[in-house]
Design a protein around this ligand. Structure first.
Ligand SMILES: [Zn+2]
Length: 154
């Protein structure tokens, strides 16, 4: 028997405005991008995590001459948040870039970061918002939707 299924991702676009209540989280992500260490790609990325205890934890990409040793802004922020407050639930993650030739489109997380985001949602049993910032920004209310069929250990 065959059963065809379809995946759907809902998101909202914001042009020249931000979703209400996300101004400070967006500012924190954009500010974090200023602290990126990205001499190789020159693609500065900042991320900011909002926790249920009210804390905002930021991260920026950290590159290294031995390329795989670096880490994306999203994972720097999520791991720092989990290290500082292991019991705090993630409510939202904002991602911004400050590349010299940044496109207007919102910056999007790589596959490895999506995997970490999916497990973060699974770990706390609650999905969280993802705000992808750009001249046009996108708000997703389910982080796990960014990685269908995420890897899980059996
Ligand atoms: Zn990444």
């Amino acid at each position: 028997m065959m059963e065809k299924r379809e995946l759907k991702i809902d998101y909202t676009l914001y042009r020249e405005e931000l979703p209400r209540g996300y101004e400070s989280l967006a500012a924190a992500a954009r500010d974090a991008a200023l602290r990126a260490y990205c001499p190789y790609s020159r693609f500065a990325v900042g991320a900011a995590v909002l926790l249920d205890n009210g804390e905002i934890i930021t991260g920026c990409n950290q590159e290294n001459a031995a390329y795989p040793s670096g880490l994306c802004a999203e994972r720097v922020a999520l791991f720092a948040a989990a290290s500082a407050y292991p019991a705090a639930r993630v409510l939202a993650l904002a991602i911004a870039s400050r590349a010299e030739n940044a496109p207007d489109e919102p910056v999007t997380p790589c596959g490895a970061c999506r995997q970490v985001m999916a497990e973060t949602a699974q770990r706390f049993g609650s999905d969280f918002d993802v705000l992808l910032l750009g001249a046009t920004s996108a708000l997703l209310t389910r982080a796990s939707a960014l990685l269908p069929f995420a890897f899980r250990l059996p």
